[in-house]
Design a protein around this ligand. Structure first.
Ligand code: ATP
Ligand code: MG
Length: 429
């Protein structure tokens, strides 16, 4: 026997038993976006490598070591998208969506990063994201946060996630702060770990993000960007917190929240949970007013976020808050046997689907004895089995067997079925 080929490490199959939960979350997300008037955008999974290098930043973890990059047959360097924002900006610019207009967009789909796979961290994972363009005031920052807060309420997660908030200021303020920070860390060179020493010259703000406990004391005393903000950014931030207070959104200001991507400015936020160990960030985002210009467009204010579907679903499962009806099963399973059966069960299935378009119905295929078919009907999770035997076929009848309670089976004329099924199943179609 030849060796079996396996999936790529860190890239998961979504199996039939898991897909109902995904569909449940996806349908909540879709409905949520509709209530806020956000329109879906879909972009290709592959982009030119330069798009990500120029937007996310050359010295970020993603671009330095996590991207799936290869040359195609023409020798062009392409990259599997590691996130959605850069593609979204590219598509919006390229298709004229940013000309004198505002946009509220959302997307979902797979992203790719070559990270060490572990619980809540994969090499192909899925994000849902939102991007709003052309709006510079803090009201839109507050709106995207409100939108996420509503999702947590709808999913039953609101007690389990915390909003962390910070401002990164303007790029000028950040550049000045960076120097202050470098001076400070240089005074503590002896305690910097290897990663941080390297970042000191490339991306010093990321040192603040270090999870190394030995570094905690010097991080705690580090100068805070919050104290070095430019006036406009400070005002923007104050207005945002006032807005959040007025709509009843709780938050914690975390002056060390810096985010791993270079394009952020002013507002940054994360929704985190304690329930998933070190993979605790469920949703992350912020403002990126400079990115459109950086990618060759006209200056356009922008704000957005992305959330990780796998982590979200892991959290729902860990907290056991997935509603039972998130996974609707079959209503009806049709069983048939006898010399005359031929296409009768398939025909009955089609008739019922025509009459009751919302019905969830499976017709037994593959033959077999009556008892084994009933067993399959039971295992299918259906509420009712419809039995067509020789006698039923001869009399245009059908026998109904109740699979989920002790009710005696009944026989009905076939032409009464569509009328009776809603009542028998206790739901309308
Ligand atoms: P982390 O600090 O956990 O690596 P990040 O800052 O790299 O996250 P973003 O690029 O902001 O994350 O992505 C937004 C969200 O996407 C994260 O909060 C997380 O929920 C999810 N995410 C990011 N990387 C992965 C991954 N490799 N596997 C699964 N989910 C991920
Ligand atoms: Mg990461």
């Amino acid at each position: 026997m030849s060796k079996k080929i396996q999936a790529i490490r860190g890239m998961n199959d979504l199996l039939p038993e898991q897909s109902p939960v995904w569909q449940y979350v996806e349908s909540c997300v879709r409905a949520l976006m509709e209530t806020y008037g956000y329109a879906e955008i879909r972009t290709p999974i592959l982009e030119q490598t330069a798009l990500f290098a120029r937007s996310i930043g050359e010295v970020t973890d993603i671009v330095e070591k996590e991207m799936y990059t290869f040359n195609d047959r023409n020798g062009d360097s392409l990259t599997l998208r590691p996130e959605g924002t850069a593609s979204c900006v590219r598509a919006a610019m390229e298709n004229g969506l940013l000309h004198n207009q505002t946009q509220r967009l959302w997307y979902q789909g797979p992203m790719f990063r070559h990270e060490r796979p572990q619980k809540g961290r994969y090499r192909q994972f899925h994000q849902v994201g939102v991007e709003a363009y052309g709006l510079e005031g803090p009201d839109i920052d507050a709106e995207v946060i409100l939108l996420t807060a509503r999702l947590w309420r709808r999913l039953g997660l609101n007690e389990h996630v915390t909003l962390e908030l910070n401002s990164l200021g303007s790029s000028a303020a950040r550049a000045a702060y960076r120097e202050t920070l470098v001076t400070y860390f240089e005074q503590h060179r002896d305690v910097l770990d290897e990663d941080s020493s390297r970042r000191l010259s490339t991306n010093p703000m990321r040192i603040l993000d270090s999870k190394n406990p030995d570094m905690a004391p010097i991080l705690a005393d580090a100068p805070r960007l919050m104290d070095h903000l430019d006036d406009e950014s400070r005002e923007h931030f104050e207005q945002l917190t006032t807005l959040l207070d007025s709509v009843g959104i709780e938050y914690r200001i975390n002056p060390r929240l810096v985010r791993g991507l270079d394009y952020y400015s002013r507002t940054v936020f994360e929704w985190t949970t304690d329930a998933l160990g070190s993979q605790g960030t469920v949703c992350a985002g912020g403002r990126y007013d400079g990115l459109v210009e950086q990618l060759g467009g006209k200056p356009t204010p922008a704000v957005g976020f992305a959330m990780g579907m796998e982590r979200l679903i892991l959290l729902l499962e860990t907290l056991d808050v997935i509603p039972d009806d998130a996974q609707p099963g079959l209503d009806v399973y049709i069983v048939g046997q006898g010399e005359q059966i031929h296409g009768t069960t398939l025909q009955l299935g089609e008739t019922l689907r025509n009459a009751l378009p919302g019905i969830r119905l499976q017709v037994h295929c593959g033959g077999g004895g009556f008892r084994s078919q009933i067993k399959k009907a039971d295992r299918s999770g259906a509420q009712l089995a419809l039995l067509l035997g020789e006698e039923e076929i001869a009399n245009d009848m059908v026998t109904i067997k109740f699979l989920r309670n002790d009710r005696e089976q009944v026989s009905l004329p076939q032409d009464k079925l569509t009328e009776q099924l809603p009542e028998l199943l206790g739901r309308s179609f």
